[in-house]
Write a new protein. Sequence first.
Length: 183
Amino acid sequence: MPKNKVDRSQVSRRAVIGAAATAPALPVGAVDFLPGGDPALVRFGTFVALDLRICRLVNRWADLESDVFQNHNWLNLTEEQQLALPQGQEMARIDAMLPDLFRQRHELTEALPKVAAANPTEIAAKVAAAARLVDPEDNEPAHLLLTGAVRDLAAMRCPDCNRPLVLEGWIEWSVRAGRDGSA
């Protein structure tokens, strides 16, 4: 590919993080109506981005909590005093967001098994979503099996033309990334 051409079939890590910061912008059922989009790939990608966003927010909340316990005698502050702190305000914003995000993730989790994958890219995306569902701390062998399958699929090439069979770079990246999206 010439240097001045961009391979639009590859999604950068930055694009996935950007998607995770805003996902999901649509209700679960709305992806059926996206023009020109691949509903299966959109659903799996939305789930991965949503799960990354939740993990990032939960980790941020834990960092804030650790800070206020160490530096502000958190348990001895009134609720008003807690909310006067910038950390308390951010924790309250995260607390307000999480229930809806958890509900959306639950709805997607229930819907994804019914989504048919029609090509190797969609199969890899489906397995990547499954890998996000299996926490490595709860079942490390299953998590490693799923992430390994995604990496194997992402590495596969067409025997005739040697082109990649998985055409979305975010899929393989999502299983290399930590639970919070860090690479």
